[in-house]
Design a protein around this ligand. Sequence first.
Ligand code: URA
Length: 185
Amino acid sequence: MFGTWEELEKSIENCNRCKLCSTRQNIVFGVGNKNADIMLIGEGPGADEDRLGEPFVGRAGKLMNMAFDMLGIKREELYIANVVKCRPPGNRNPEDDEAMACLNYLRNQVILVKPRIIVLLGSIALKNILGKEYGITASRGKWVEKKGILYMPTWHPAALLRDDTKKIDFIRDFQKVLEKYRDIS
Ligand code: URA
């Protein structure tokens, strides 16, 4: 593990730990407040993120930003990262070996940010961070505490694009996050 952002960012620069390095345009490391109390973890970059090098800048990200506007959350106050830092071709799910190869970067990001709350966006983030035994349908909206960090699993924003009924869940889950944040700070 690296003790500084500079060391960690340098260590990922030419990463070839998995096959996604051969098809990526950009490594999508993470964005936002490096001292955030609330961190968001997604799955992996899509085409727009791969092109621009920033997480959640495509359709799903824009929808998430709209939800944040409704909730009064400023995106730049959060820290946002993904399980895998390079785009899985065709937007397929990251494979286990790819996630395994990449997870130490994410763990290092968590250690450096030191968030009180982590929102897990979708099943891939949930399973890779809390364990394969967790399912998103049963877990979303329910707090899990582990090693002093509070985790809130919720739908991946792309799921909201496919199913309108999930939008209200997503808003409610983030309301819980804001309430908890007010309680603990
Ligand atoms: N989906 C994700 O999981 N992460 C992104 O950065 C973009 C879309």
